[in-house]
Design a protein. Structure first.
Ligand SMILES: Nc1ncnc2c1ncn2[C@@H]1O[C@H](COP(=O)(O)OP(=O)(O)O)[C@@H](O)[C@H]1O
Ligand SMILES: CC(=O)OP(=O)(O)O
Ligand SMILES: [Mg+2]
Length: 405
């Protein structure tokens, strides 16, 4: 069975095509700058060089049409016809309280995703465009949705409630949801498999640090706390997001700088974090380079990012009364030896000991970077949200076929 996995953002659409008989990636790529005259389609077939095309792509329906066209392209395509795509799986950031597992798309599911636009204005509307674009271009192909929030639905009320009037929760579902759940679930399972320990006996802190960043406390295989909240703005300092701040800053900054609510929201989501403190970049690679070249603002941005991350790791170790495993994943976690070193250097009070040479060794494999004597196993586990989406979609499609029979 061939499954197309789609992660639609407001101006981008990432895709991977899987053959699920062997869990093999046939092709992957992305369309960036959707809505602009010079959108970029990049495409990488399993064997063959990457192809890049720059052209006008004004909306998601066209983006999907271009993706399908290249997948069946005479020369570069990996399929002979679109009919070879059996199902499509989408990443959906916000599933609210309605979804604690992946589901097949139907009218009710679409209505619910739309109802949640308010809670994830940067993400959910884009996902809906992705679903509609597939409906337009491949009307008979079943679709499934996999939610970033689902894994965190096991959090207890003391984790997910805010200490504010309960009417806001009861009437408007204002609570903490958490995100990147697909990744936190995947890397914690892989961590247990890597260590050959039963997942249900482990206290794991997972750090998904990419463009968006969050930590999770995974106790016996279940998420019991996570750093993101109602929206993906709470918690860690990120590339362009502030993470935790005093909420009183919002009205204060609005008054002092004559900003509207939209402007402050955009400031906290798009113009804060590493970008704001360094004045240079939201990209950790550039921050580390500048820091090594002596840039003090970049060094401050790096230090603040590390310090805030380490405080969450400490908090989650306290939440679980211990930590057996610390996992680093996503762009920064998988690639930045400097960030991992800085975090681990200050966690020795937990009996955690980093194996410095192992940490420095670049690798794309799952690996341990703690010493054999360390009381906490420190692992680098490359995440694979797309594979989880493909697996869930595959399972749901097979189940739905059984139901029909
Ligand atoms: N070698 C590296 N060193 C430090 N940071 C890196 C490295 N490679 C990638 N990153 C960082 O990873 C981040 C992107 O992470 P990623 O998980 O790909 O994000 P997303 O999927 O949310 O777009 C960027 O900040 C980038 O700088
Ligand atoms: C939820 C979230 O922050 O997603 P991303 O990391 O893709 O921005
Ligand atoms: Mg990501």
């Amino acid at each position: 069975m061939n499954i197309l996995v789609i992660n639609a953002g407001s101006s981008s659409l990432k895709f991977q095509l899987y053959n699920m008989d062997h869990e093999e990636v046939l092709a992957k790529g992305k369309v960036e700058r959707i809505g602009m005259e010079s959108a970029i389609l990049s495409y990488e077939p399993e064997s063959g060089a990457e192809i890049r095309e720059v052209e006008e792509i004004l909306e998601h329906t066209t983006a999907i049409r271009k993706v399908l066209a290249i997948l069946v392209h005479k020369e570069h395509g990996v399929l002979s016809s679109m009919d070879e795509i059996d199902a499509v799986g989408h990443r959906i950031v916000h599933g609210g309280e309605s979804f604690s597992s992946s589901v097949i798309v139907n009218e009710d599911v679409k209505r619910e995703i739309k109802r949640l636009f308010d809670l994830a204005p940067l993400h959910n509307p884009a996902h809906m465009l992705g679903i509609q674009a597939v409906e337009t271009n491949m009307p008979n192909v079943p679709q499934a949705v996999v939610f970033d929030t689902a894994f965190h639905q096991t959090m207890p009320p003391k984790s997910y409630l805010y200490p504010i009037p309960m009417v806001l929760y009861k009437k408007h579902k204002i609570r903490r949801y958490g995100f990147h759940g697909t990744s936190h679930a995947y890397v914690s399972e892989r961590a247990a498999a890597f260590l050959r320990w039963p997942l249900h006996e482990l206290k794991i802190v997972t750090c998904h640090i990419g463009n968006g960043a969050s930590c999770a406390a995974v106790l016996n295989g279940r998420s019991v706390d996570t750093s993101m909240g109602l929206t993906p703005l709470e918690g860690l300092m990120m590339g362009t997001r502030s993470g935790d701040i005093d909420p009183a800053i919002v009205p204060f900054a609005m008054g002092k700088e004559e900003l509207t609510l939209n402007e402050v929201t955009s400031m906290l989501n798009k113009h804060s974090g590493l970008m704001a403190v360094s004045g240079l970049s939201s990209d950790m690679r550039e921050i580390v380079e500048a820091m090594e070249a002596g840039d003090r603002n970049a060094a401050l941005a790096f230090d603040m990012y590390e310090y805030r991350l380490r405080k969450y790791i400490g908090a989650f170790a306290a939440a679980m009364n211990g930590m057996d495993v610390l996992v680093f994943t996503a762009g920064v976690g998988e690639n930045s030896a400097a960030m991992r070193r800085a975090v681990c250097r200050n966690l020795t009070f937990l009996g955690l000991e980093l194996d410095e040479p192992a940490n420095e060794q670049p690798s794309a494999a799952e690996r341990a970077i703690s010493t054999t004597g360390s009381k906490v196993q420190v692992l680098v586990i490359p995440t694979n949200e797309e594979l989880v989406i493909a697996r869930d979609t595959h399972r749901l499609i097979l189940d739905s076929k059984e139901d029909v029979v």
